[in-house]
Design a protein around this ligand. Structure first.
Ligand SMILES: O=c1ccn([C@@H]2O[C@H](COP(=O)(O)O)[C@@H](O)[C@H]2O)c(=O)[nH]1
Ligand code: ZN
Ligand code: ZN
Length: 237
């Protein structure tokens, strides 16, 4: 995990993750702190093969301008960018264009090899790494996606509580759920710890908590069977 913090956390970096397959590395979300976190881990952006983006908030895309510039002008290659088709235009028009637009670079495709994802279509992003983007509720009238990986691992990114979805995922064989968790209510645009604690034990035992605020230490031992995902730790499933 490059970071496990909420958007306003200062102790933890933005909730962004590196996924390793046998031969490749994928970055899931690239927030403001992603490149600093990579640097602290002694990693270069040039080690990344592909990028997957959940939604347009700075703790998930705020590092893309630097990443794009580094890839274009230092490493001179295009990263493959996976993002739901509904977000491609707004990623450029509403966010990146301001910094990245210049004479010879007039579009997102000038920086990235853009591969739009479609709802309901499981796509192999890298050999052995298949992803289905699932539209989940986050901010009213703003598109946001969670990801089902290899049919067994669910990564919520940012979503409001959806117990029916979590129940269905577990019934369909999902073993691990990395879920955003707002420790203090109200949840508003995220899922709260209290909501996750209301899930049946059979679902909770699959849940790991991420995207938490700086008060996490006070909640150690108060999360039932659910465990915290830790920053800069590598997990194997
Ligand atoms: O309607 C809203 C919109 C935002 N917030 C707060 O802002 C952050 C946005 O960052 P995320 O990427 O969604 O984490 C969100 O966590 C809320 O703290 C809000 O409360 N209501
Ligand atoms: Zn967030
Ligand atoms: Zn968000």
């Amino acid at each position: 995990m490059l970071g496990t913090g909420s958007a306003f956390a200062k102790t933890y970096f933005n909730n962004n993750a590196l996924f390793y397959t046998d031969r490749h590395t994928l970055l899931l979300d690239c927030g403001i702190t992603a490149l600093l976190s990579l640097h602290q881990l002694g990693k270069s952006v040039n080690e990344i093969d592909a990028l997957l983006i959940s939604h347009i908030h700075a703790d998930h895309i705020g590092g893309l301008e630097e990443l794009a510039f580094q890839m274009k002008f230092i490493f001179k290659r295009k990263l493959t960018l996976y993002i739901h088709e509904s977000l491609v235009r707004s990623l450029w028009e509403s966010s990146l264009k301001g910094g990245l637009l210049q004479d010879e670079c007039a579009s997102l495709e000038d920086y990235f090899d853009v591969r739009p994802l479609q709802t309901g279509v499981k796509t192999e992003l890298l050999p052995g790494f298949a992803v289905e983007a699932i539209r989940t509720e986050h901010i009213p009238n703003k598109l946001s996606y969670s990801f089902l990986i290899n049919d067994t691992f669910f990564y919520s990114a940012d979503m409001r509580f959806n117990p029916e979805l979590l129940d269905r995922l577990v019934k369909n064989g999902v073993q691990t759920i990395f879920h955003d968790c707002q420790l203090k209510p109200p949840g508003a645009v995220h899922t709260t710890l209290d909501e996750l604690l209301s899930l049946p034990q059979s679902v909770q035992e699959h849940v790991w908590l991420m995207h938490y605020d700086d008060s996490k230490a006070a909640y150690e031992g108060k999360t039932g069977v659910m465990r915290f995902v830790e920053q800069h730790k590598r997990y194997t499933f």
